[in-house]
Design a protein around this ligand. Structure first.
Ligand code: MLT
Length: 272
């Protein structure tokens, strides 16, 4: 034991004493998809973006996964980092499915929600059959084959035709997913609960962001969520598909910044 073990209060400065935004990526991506927002939000919020198990640089865990497990992984990261104050949970697509689960399990840890390119409904029978087909394809032909099927559907037609840089970036990111991660996440999405009943329970400020040209989740789903969540705002981003944060970076980041600012101002109002 050291000599200076007296009981005393130690003061410190933590430059990260800012509202935290927990950014949860979609399938089969990684935290790399949030790089533009990490930059745009610097000085405004602390951004924490995990690589979900089996994705990006995180280690793989054997499939299957569940939304509950993935939400717990996010909570574990916040606890590990000592972030006890409620955070803004920002989930894109599968990240949104996880955000719903996180809110159901840990509402006291949520200061606000950003639901991007996502939907509340569970998979339809056809959707579940599509998951089974993707599982089989991944097992037989590998992650790259599933990524190749998804690639053209992820973007607005204009992005896909004209923005090689972003298309190549997303392809590479998808190909970096482990087979276990891909299978685990496909199982989690196939078996996820219907979050529609959760919408009426949401009592935190909520921002919904959706690409006008999303081919995977139609913008009508975002409008339905807006109607069902009390006080929710919806920002529809033109010329963006399923990845508006990469296709129209400024429009996406500005919507997030305005939302985060409104939460910070709101907090100040309470203090004075
Ligand atoms: C995603 O982007 O996370 C997935 O496309 C969502 C899904 O397949 O339901």
């Amino acid at each position: 034991m050291s000599e200076s073990s007296d009981d005393f209060g130690l003061a410190y400065i933590d430059s990260c004493d800012q509202l935290t935004v927990l950014c949860i990526h979609g399938f089969p991506f990684s935290s790399a998809m949030w790089e533009p927002q990490v930059e745009d939000l610097s000085g405004i919020a602390r951004v924490i973006a995990p690589d979900l198990r089996g994705h990006g640089r995180s280690e793989a865990a054997p499939p299957p996964y569940t939304m509950s497990m993935l939400a717990d992984d996010c909570l574990g990261l916040l606890d590990y980092l000592g972030i006890e104050n409620p955070v803004v949970v920002c989930g894109l697509s599968m990240g949104g499915y996880i955000a719903f689960e996180f809110f159901r399990k840990y509402p006291e840890r949520v200061a606000g929600l950003i639901l991007a390119s996502t939907r509340a409904k569970a998979d339809t029978p056809e959707g579940k059959a599509g998951r089974d087909a993707a599982i089989e394809k991944a097992q037989k032909q590998g992650v790259t084959a599933v990524a190749a099927d998804m690639l053209p559907k992820l973007f607005a037609p204009r992005t896909y035709e004209e923005d090689d840089e972003v298309v190549d970036f997303v392809q590479e990111m998808m190909e970096g997913t482990s087979l276990e991660g891909m299978l685990g996440a496909l199982h989690a999405m196939k078996n996820r609960p219907d979050s529609t009943p959760t919408l009426a329970e949401i009592d935190v400020p909520t921002l919904i962001i959706h690409g006008a040209d999303d081919q995977l989740i139609p913008v009508a789903e975002a409008r339905d969520m807006r109607a069902a969540i009390k006080g929710a705002q919806l920002v529809v981003i033109p010329d963006a598909g399923h990845l508006p944060n990469l296709e129209q970076i400024d429009a996406f980041s500005d919507a997030v910044i305005d939302f985060v600012d409104s939460l910070i101002d709101h907090d100040d109002d309470h203090e004075h």
